[in-house]
Write a protein that binds this ligand. Structure first.
Ligand code: DX5
Length: 240
């Protein structure tokens, strides 16, 4: 499967909650590929964020796709509400699903794409038996719960393992990373095998604005792809 073009997916967590709809529209204007809503229940993670009504209220402010990253203890009870709110992709944490196979099947039955997120301590083995039900795999590069945390570089071998597992299926399953992604860390995550990048505080704190940070991330990813294509390893791999 040829490598997919990398996607930039901002997290709304660092946005100005007093003008959330405007920020959603600004993210789309900045050319992002999708928008991630970090849904936290104050139980699975020690923070509380977006109910489905908040997302529904912002749905008309942008045409770009929405994904719900459910950091909640009982996701099964909430799946339908987030799909109704306009999320085309629903990501659950493997650590919160007693019946992961059933939960992923339910998300698809609701007409949405299904994703699984893995906390830093959780191995790839947690999804190896439900790969057929995966439309996206998310390797957390921070412990979930807050934005602005440091990227955990020790996750790169796990990203590479996930890349190998996905490539072995021959299916086009996006490999997403989330947490501490910035101009300093996105290149290493891409080199490890990620192709979809959730970016939060790095986008909103760039003094030149969101669009400038998106462009910077894309330039780094393009350079990484070019470097990869030009490397002797890929030359051998490409049989040149
Ligand atoms: C953390 C969330 C992330 C976070 C990303 O639990 O899942 O999406 O908001 O923000 P940064 O990029 O600031 O780490």
């Amino acid at each position: 499967m040829p490598p997919r073009s990398p996607l930039i997916v901002p997290s709304v967590l660092p946005a100005d909650f007093a003008r959330l709809g405007d920020d959603v529209a600004a993210l789309e204007k900045a050319g992002v590929d999708r928008i991630q809503w970090d849904v936290m229940d104050g139980h699975f993670v020690p923070n509380l964020t977006f109910g489905p009504d908040v997302i529904a209220a912002c749905r008309s402010r942008a045409a770009v796709g929405f994904e719900a990253h459910l950091m909640v203890s009982n996701p099964d009870d909430l799946l339908g509400r987030y799909v109704e709110a306009g999320c085309e992709l629903v990501i659950v944490h493997a650590e919160t699903c007693t019946h992961l196979h059933k939960t992923l099947s339910q998300i698809r039955a609701l007409g949405a794409r299904s994703g699984v997120a893995l906390n830093p301590a959780t191995g790839i083995g947690a999804v190896s038996h439900v790969v057929d039900l995966l439309d996206l795999l998310l390797v957390m590069t921070v412990n979930p719960g807050f934005g602005g945390q440091a990227y955990i570089a020790e996750m790169e071998p796990k990203i590479a393992e996930a890349r190998r597992m996905i490539d072995a299926t021959g299916r086009d399953i996006p490999l997403e990373v989330d947490g501490g992604i910035s101009s300093e860390t996105i290149g290493a995550a891409a080199a490890a095998g990620a192709d979809t990048f959730v970016v939060g505080s790095a986008l909103f704190r760039n003094p030149d604005g969101i669009a400038a940070q998106v462009a910077e991330c894309r330039a780094i990813l393009a350079a990484a792809t070019e470097a990869e294509a030009g490397s002797p390893i890929s030359a051998i791999a490409g049989g040149k």
